[in-house]
Design a protein around this ligand. Sequence first.
Ligand SMILES: [Zn+2]
Length: 495
Amino acid sequence: MSTLKRSVAVPLLLDGNVLADYLELERKYRQAKQTVLDYLVERYRARVSYFKAWHEVKELVRQYGLPFAYQQQAVKDAVETTFNAWVETGGVRPTVRRVSPYADERAWRMEGQTAISIRLMNGRHIVDLWPHKRFWKYEWLVITGRARRVNTIRLKRTRNRVYAIFTYELTPEEGKKPLAITAFDVNENTVVVARIDLRKTVDKVAQWNRDKIIPPISLHVFRTDFGRLAKRYDAIRRKWAKELSIEINGRRIPGTTTREFRKRAKRLRERNRKRDRVNKVAHELTKEPAVLVTEDLGKRPQEEMIQRKRDKELRHRVKQTPMKAVLNRVEDKAKERGVRLVLVSSRKNSRICPIHGVEMTFPLGPKLGFCPRGHWVHRDVTSTLNMLRKVADELKEYGEVVRKTLDALDEKTLEKWTALVIQTERPAVLARASPMTQPGPPLGRERAPMSRPRGTSALQGGEEAIEGILQNSGSSLIASTAAKIYFTNGGCSKL
Ligand SMILES: [Zn+2]
């Protein structure tokens, strides 16, 4: 069975002398790694094995006076992480800027639970760790035999703080009996989830009666704001680019090429925030034992979608939506937690009416589908329900439950859910005016909905129809049918 890897960075409490010793080690390690790289780049154009390289360069590396274990790790690092990757991708000659030395079992060991003994340039030191929850979590798994701590750690420095990065190999949990069948659909700003509760249903299938049993299915909308996040950061970058552009001899040099721009861009937290939200979605989806269902996205899901969208800005945002990242993360977590994930084909999922099975039209734009039998359904609601229908055949023992549940749905429920999705998609907090959140010049029509009075629709066209749906269903109903989970505190307004 495949194992799962998890890394944990734990800060080391170093005094001045030990820190100086570490810095010396880091410098020598970097020089050694660079020397090895230069040697290999001169001579080879194909992948090289560590043993071959070590044999050839060990004399060269010895001159730096590194402890023997680190000499070998520097060569391994140069060969395996840098040189072989360069051979595969090509490009400019690799240079080593920053290194994170590997320390194998000869160079370090645990000293009790909260300290390590580590060999640096001038000798061994006992160094206290600054342990945290995540570290204890994996140490506990090691103690109880569900994980293994890898013998090699990595040392990594940011400014004056040095971290020890521990790696753990987890044994995936056994498959558990599912409590629910859950289909999810990742969109620009939301993840829509349809959940069939198995505990409430399994025993009732036999005496199922359409009039008496309320279908045990609920719809949840997770708000992620991936699209809005990308849009805001994009606006900030564009504003800086404009501010920093200069004119030399009548030629305009774009601000993006300046040092100042790169400096500022480096401080933006876009990637971290996106990763955070991806992790939270994955956690929410996998925290109960369930059968998870979603669309098979193919290799590059965004490219297909982009081809259909002509608006340049929208295209950028679609590209920024980390659909594949969410799926990969869910897959990984599901494996760790013993949750089953089933992929279904994405064919026509959002175009067929989930009740009547006929093709819908989209007269009011891409989001709202109109069924020829005279009712409206949101595209995301449609696709999650159709995923469930598709998976019914694959789930032998639960297929019947899924089919019966879906058959018991009525138009009224669909409209209620549609209203829920539309409401969650709207910006939760109107743009606040503060120097940090100023996105620069208005972005044209895309921004217009943000400054509308509360309670009017943000979608273009067909607003009356949408308002109608919202009013018919009533907001109290909406609140009671589904839990709205906000990951972000109005993510778009706080940067
Ligand atoms: Zn219909």
